[in-house]
Structure formats: C-alpha cells, structure tokens
Design a protein around this ligand. Structure first.
Ligand code: SF4
Length: 406
C-alpha cells in the first residue's frame, strides 16, 4: 500500500502533487523565484562538471562565439562542431573572413541552410574591419548593429564573450524556463514571452553570465530535452512542472505552421561534355547560390514538360529530356519539396559546339563546367546532392539512375 501523504510531509506543498520517489531525498525549493541564488548555484555546479568540451569554449573569443552561435541556430551540435572546425581552419579570425570571396563563404556554409546568415556574417566581418578597426565590438548595441545579428546572437556574444549580464534565450532555454516556472501558455506568444524574458534575466547571476547562459543551454540540450530526464536534473528540487507532475505538458505548444507540399523540376543540360549551371539572383531564397535551372510545376503539368518550359523561360535554350535521374525530397521552412531531376540535351541538329550565351531571366550569371568542377560551387542542398551524384557517376564511368527514385 502506498504511504499515506500528510500535510506535514516535507515533499508535498499545498496544492502540489507528490514528487517522484527518486527525488524523495531532495528538499523542495518551490516556487523557484523564491530561491534564485540556490538555483543559480546548483546550475553552475552542474555545468562545471558536465559541460561538453567544445572548440569555442577553449578561448571564448567573440569571433568564435559569434560563428558557433549562428551555426548552432540551424544544426545539431555534432554537425555544428564539424562545420565550426572547418570554418576556423579557413577563416581563423575576422580579418581573414573579411577578405574572403562570398562564393567561398557560401561553399563552406553549404548544408547549413539559411544562406542569408552566411552572407550577413561576411558583411559583418567587413564592417568590423571598417568601423571597429578589426576589433569585435563589446557593447550589445554595437553588436546588434552588425548585419544579421538579432537579440539572441547579440545577447550570446555580449554575455559569453564579454560577460555582460544578459540572458541568451534559445529553444533549449525556453523549454527549461517554461518547465521550471510552469509557464502555462505558448512561450513564443504573449503573455508568456515577456514573462519568460523577465525570468531569464532574473536568473543571470552577476559576474557569471558566461557560465550561466551556457549552463542553461547545456541543461536544455542534455537533461531537459523534449524527453526530460528529471531524475538526473540539478534543478529538480526547484522545478514547478516536476512537482505539479505536468512536465510532459510544458512548454505549451504554439500553433504549428502548415506544411505545403510543392513539386519542382530541375535539369542537367549536357553539351560537349559540359554541364550548364546558373547563379541565382542575389535577392530571395538561396540568393547567389549556383543551381541547375528549373522551377515549379504548373497545375496539371507533367514534370517532363515543366523542365522543357522552365529552361526556355529561364535561359532561352530549347532542350529535350534524355533521361530521368530520380526524385529528391527535402524540407525547406514550411515547404515539403519533391524535386524531379532530369538529364537534358539541346534540341536540333547534332550540336558541335557550345550554344550562344543564354538569355537569363532568373539568374545573374552562368557557366558551362565539367562535372568535377561542380565541387567548387556553393549550391542549395538538393542541387548539391544532384551535383555530388553526377560527380560520383563520372567516377564510375556513367551509370544510369544516379538518384534513387522514391
Ligand atoms: S526537473 Fe525535469 S522538467 Fe524540471 S528543469 Fe529539470 S529536467 Fe527539466
């Protein structure tokens, strides 16, 4: 029989549920607002022991903190570390980055998505050289003024690199705070959004912002993840949601954006052993990246017809389909994209030389390249996959069906 709970039981506060048995020896510190110093200390002690060894934690230079924070906004830690190391080998400081060509920056960024972030990083590096003599600005307002730096990134750089008493609120931190303080409405909307910012600031210990902010993010990543591991959490005795028995209900989910499926075609036009590629216009999605021409299917249109039409509209070339490589499926923001990939040739009598230059309507530049030269281009993820397959096909002396049709 379960032991009888009494009001005198130190593990039960009025109106709260019993804490799980594995926390039976802990002392309750709810509500957490009343125990901020103890909570801060517990978190910092945990971080000192459990933090992961990450390359940007060696020196905490503002440049490294900046690059790591932007990269990690869009990828998992393991992948982010690999990208970070590759980036630092090529661009070890702001000055080397500022001298780089955009194309090389985009190629190094390739696979991380959100290419405007890479372009903004390059613009910001050049601005730091021009306006700040190559020294990374230390004040939050100056950091915020850099291209592409929003409140989160500015807070992260100012606190982690310069020790400013500011919070960093990423998705991990939102989840931790929503559970700790039992925020009962979606954290990205008011009133919870303002409350969350207040609490995040309240939690930052004076002089320890660097460690605290990283500890909050680390706790959200390693312990208070989507599936909370409350049994090993250093903040368990402070956690309102745990003591209410509603961890699985926090954070309260917001409205999910609807996913729109779209069908798109692209074509690899071969001529004289070379492949046609074009550079997207600077503005818009995937600006300045290279691609094989193509576009969306019109209602009722077959993919084979769509690619012939798209080539005529985008380049002025009249092409015919000579083969289908297969289909690439991928997600982009709220779109689920199905990309039909074709092999193409120019129509008409046997072509003995490259055609007259294209008349571009959706691109700023073009090239005819050998397959192995595709490796140097920065391309959107799906086009990179197709390009890699083409290069592998080259190595295997031309096998049909290079992509798996799904
Ligand atoms: S006790 Fe559980 S829900 Fe609360 S902060 Fe820790 S891991 Fe998250």
């Amino acid at each position: 029989m379960a032991p009888k709970k009494t009001a005198a039981d130190p593990l039960i506060l009025p109106g709260l549920h019993a804490v799980p048995s594995h926390l039976a020896s802990t002392v309750l510190h709810c509500p957490p607002e009343a125990h901020i110093p103890a909570l801060q200390a517990a978190l910092l002690d945990w971080f000192a022991v459990h933090q992961r060894a990450l390359p940007w934690r060696e020196k905490y230079t503002p440049y490294e903190v900046w690059i790591s924070e932007v990269m990690l906004q869009q990828t998992q830690m393991e992948r982010g570390v690999a990208y970070f190391k590759r980036w630092m080998e090529r661009f070890p400081d702001v000055a080397s980055l500022a001298r780089a060509h955009e194309e090389e920056v985009l190629r190094l960024w390739e696979g991380l998505g959100y290419y405007s972030r890479a372009r903004n990083i390059l613009r910001a590096a050049r601005l730091i050289m021009e306006r700040h003599g190559g020294c990374f600005p230390s004040q939050e307002a100056d950091i915020r003024a850099l291209p592409g730096v929003g409140p989160y990134t500015a807070g992260a750089i100012a606190s982690i690199a310069f020790g400013a008493s500011l919070p960093c609120i990423d998705a991990n931190v939102e989840r931790v705070i929503a559970r700790l303080f039992d925020l009962d409405s979606p954290v990205k909307q008011e009133p919870a959004a303002s409350r969350l910012r207040e609490l995040a600031l309240l939690l930052v210990p004076e002089g320890k912002a660097r460690e605290h902010n990283q500890a909050m993010m680390e706790l959200g990543a390693l312990v208070c993840g989507k599936k909370a591991r409350c049994g090993i959490c250093p903040l368990a005795s402070f956690c309102s949601s745990l003591h209410l028995g509603i961890v699985h209900e926090r954070p309260v989910p917001g409205k999910r954006a609807a996913i729109t499926p779209i069908e798109v075609v692209t074509g690899v036009l071969f001529c004289q052993g070379q492949i046609f590629v074009q550079k997207r216009l600077p503005s818009g999605v995937w600006g300045n990246l290279w691609e094989f021409p193509g576009g969306r299917l019109e209602p009722g249109e077959r993919p084979e017809a769509a690619i012939v039409r798209e080539f005529a509209e985008e380049t002025g070339f009249t092409v015919q389909v000579t083969g289908k490589y297969g289909v690439i499926r991928h997600g982009y923001t709220t779109y689920r994209i199905t990309l039909h990939c074709f092999a193409l040739s120019l129509t008409g009598p046997a072509v003995t030389s490259l055609p007259a230059p294209p008349v571009l309507t959706a691109a700023s530049d073009w090239r005819w390249l050998r397959r192995d030269e595709l490796d140097a281009l920065a391309m959107p993820a799906a086009h990179r996959k197709l390009a890699d397959s083409l290069m592998m096909q080259n190595a295997r002396q031309g096998l049909p069906g290079i992509l798996s049709a799904r």
